[in-house]
Design a protein around this ligand. Sequence first.
Ligand SMILES: Nc1nc2c([nH]c(=O)n2[C@H]2C[C@H](O)[C@@H](COP(=O)(O)OP(=O)(O)OP(=O)(O)O)O2)c(=O)[nH]1
Ligand SMILES: [Mg+2]
Length: 132
Amino acid sequence: MQKKRVEVAVGVIEKAQQIFVCLRGEDQHQGGLWEFPGGKMEAGEDVFSALKRELQEEVGIEIYNSSELMRIEHDYADKAVCLYIHHVEDFSGEAHGAEGQPSKWVAVEQLHELAFPEANKAIVELLQARQN
Ligand SMILES: Nc1nc2c([nH]c(=O)n2[C@H]2C[C@H](O)[C@@H](COP(=O)(O)OP(=O)(O)OP(=O)(O)O)O2)c(=O)[nH]1
Ligand SMILES: [Mg+2]
């Protein structure tokens, strides 16, 4: 049976050449790995609206603008996802793990040292390539 592809809005939040990442809960899909915060888009929602809602809930920031970085379709063994990855630099508030999850700011050049879900490899590559 074909797996349903879940559409996800993902935010690469950047401030002073650092990127904000959160640790996914052990009970979540791809748990125990780092993520760029975000979440599933609801029916009829555009990427920016979903991102605005998710980043408010998960990270406690208000975003005003975002720009598309890339789109990734990835098939995990148990789930197919389509990640709509946006760059977020225009926001207010202090990013933190608003749902109690561990979080941190990481220099772009150190992103590859973190354990991310497989789909994220291309994001890390793009961010690091942009630096050079
Ligand atoms: N947020 C996020 N999700 C990612 C990343 N990489 C990746 O493969 N995913 C996958 C894992 C999940 O299957 C899906 C995102 O789901 P999510 O758990 O963030 O969704 P959500 O915030 O709406 O969570 P929930 O309320 O359903 O628990 O996308 C990433 O960098 N960030
Ligand atoms: Mg989420």
